[in-house]
Write a protein that binds this ligand. Structure first.
Ligand code: ZN
Length: 150
């Protein structure tokens, strides 16, 4: 596990983002909407060259309050966390940490939870939303000034 340099949360994969010329290794949530320049997985394999491909698929990001959402859906279904664990073949302790948002589920686990509970835990970071398209890295005057110095 890695520590996010912004929020300090433990994360399985780090995203290297560019913040006004400084590089920060952060969790998926903190990388949201930022200029991601690299990704480091638990295996420590940088997947720099895959970034372009990932972007085409639109990056999946966890929704806000995913833990509460899981817990609520589970309570609506009236199943204890242990049973949910059995349903999707995950440890109770893992699910508990996810519900408490001490741990972010990876996309595989998120998909299993979505299926079991009939909820949506991830959203696509893409232009599909109809909001103003995100520029990869809006160039500010500061950026421009920094680039000149180099
Ligand atoms: Zn973070």
């Amino acid at each position: 596990m890695y520590d996010c340099e912004i929020c300090g949360k433990k994360t399985e994969s780090l995203y290297v983002i560019d913040v006004e010329g400084a590089q920060l290794a952060v969790c998926a949530r903190c990388s949201s909407g930022k200029n991601v320049i690299d990704k480091i997985t638990e295996e420590g394999v940088p997947v720099k060259h895959k970034v372009a491909a990932v972007k085409e698929d639109a990056q999946e990001v966890l929704v806000e309050g995913y833990g509460a959402k899981i817990r609520k859906a589970r309570e609506v279904m009236g199943i204890p966390i242990k049973v949910l664990g059995e349903m999707i073949n995950e440890k109770r302790s893992t699910l508990l940490r996810v519900e408490e948002e001490k741990m972010q589920p990876n996309m595989v686990l998120a998909a299993k939870l979505e299926k079991a509970l009939g909820i949506k835990l991830s959203e696509k970071e893409s232009e599909e939303k109809g909001s103003a398209p995100k520029a990869d890295a809006p160039i500010t005057l500061e950026d421009a000034a920094m680039k000149k110095k180099k």
